[in-house]
Design a protein around this ligand. Structure first.
Ligand code: SAH
Length: 344
């Protein structure tokens, strides 16, 4: 029988376990704190008897990602980590420094099956979903490896978080726990390519996180060309789902829009985008397209970015151009990969 992944267990589940073996329930809190403090083995848990530690070791596994590569940007201090999970699959995470604190961008899946035409994470398809513990480990071990305290999280690395819904929800519960890392939902952003059913499902939880939708085009023709998901979940239905999300949670949705030369960056696109978002109150993050060597698409010129932004602002749509961090280490939006890392 394979051992159970103890870091994916909630405090309540741990409590039930300890009760079931005749141990006092407060053991759960002790073990939970050790795990979320970065313990990599049971034998360091010195406030627990040796016999119990041995038993835990027989029944459970503590996930520990192996750090395979670490790249530090000379431009802005951004750090990219490549981790190998216990089964050999690998994911990347990126630690960025902002004025308001350190933000870690984490992956929710090894690989991705969404197939967006501009994104490196989709090359090679989906390998597997990450467990809640493996999503959490990226925050925990980025912090430990860098010595920098993480205050904010963006689930914007490899994978589609709403395609790994249950594990991502469990991760949010674990990371939020006062006996764990205690990072509140208001300091977490989750980005989705637009899985409508799961946006509705997420709204039922009324979590105070920031939902970000990768829109990238205001019309179905352009969006379907870039993002296969749009064939089933067209722009208007997606925006309606975002409206429902706002109505239900009181949290405005943000939109990501990567400007691609000659594809989605014309004044016509800017006007149409304004029409669709004007009354949503949503914020648009304009992202200069990051280079992905395998992809033929190129980023828009500085002039086109300026012109596009000007039209949105003129039409009363809130927008900012996102600063690209970690460009020299291939750590920018859409450049993260499963397995191979291309920087030296
Ligand atoms: N699957 C989720 C989470 C990934 S977040 C999603 O689609 O939102 C990563 C963000 O970077 C998404 O907005 C994605 O569309 C964007 N992105 C992907 N490739 C990019 C590229 N080459 N340049 C800029 N942004 C890119």
């Amino acid at each position: 029988m394979s051992k159970r992944d103890i870091k994916s267990m909630t405090l309540r589940e741990l409590g039930d376990y300890f009760s079931s073996i005749g141990e006092r329930e407060f053991r759960a809190k002790q073990v939970f704190s050790w795990l979320h403090d970065g313990a990599t083995a049971f034998d360091v848990m010195t406030n627990i008897s040796e016999a119990l530690r041995k038993r835990l070791d027989r029944e459970f596994v503590i996930t520990v990602p192996e750090l395979v590569e670490k790249h530090v940007s000379e431009l802005d201090g951004t750090i990219k980590f490549l981790w190998r999970m216990t089964d050999g699959s690998a994911v990347e995470s990126v630690l960025m420094e902002y004025e308001h604190g350190n933000t870690v961008c984490i992956s929710s899946q090894a690989g991705c099956r969404m197939g967006c035409a501009f994104c490196a994470s989709a090359i090679g398809g989906l390998v597997r979903n990450l467990q809640a513990s493996e999503i959490l480990d990226q925050v925990l071990f980025s912090q430990m490896e860098s010595g920098r305290k993480v205050s904010n999280i963006v689930i914007m690395g490899i994978g589609e978080p709403l395609d790994n819904f249950d594990n991502v929800m469990l991760f949010l519960e674990l990371i939020n726990h006062p006996s764990g890392m205690n990072i509140g939902a208001r300091r977490i952003s989750l980005s989705t390519c637009g899985l409508i059913e799961n946006i509705d499902k997420l709204s039922e939880y009324s979590i105070q996180l920031t939902l970000t939708v990768s829109l990238h085009a205001p019309d179905d023709e352009t969006r379907t060309r870039l993002m296969p998901i749009n064939r089933d979940n067209g722009v208007d239905n997606l925006l309606k789902a975002c409206g429902r999300y706002f109505a239900k949670t009181g949290r405005r949705v943000s939109y990501e829009y990567a400007l691609i030369d000659g594809v989605n960056d014309t004044p016509r696109h800017a006007e149409l985008l304004s029409d669709k978002l004007r009354n949503s109150g949503g914020h648009v993050n304009i992202i200069p397209l990051s280079d992905v060597p395998e992809r033929k698409l190129r980023g828009s010129s500085v002039e086109s970015i300026k012109a596009f932004t000007k039209i949105l602002k003129h039409n009363g749509v809130n927008c900012t151009v996102r600063r690209s961090l970690g460009r020299d280490i291939a750590a920018s939006c859409g450049q993260l990969r499963t397995r191979l890392s291309q920087t030296t």
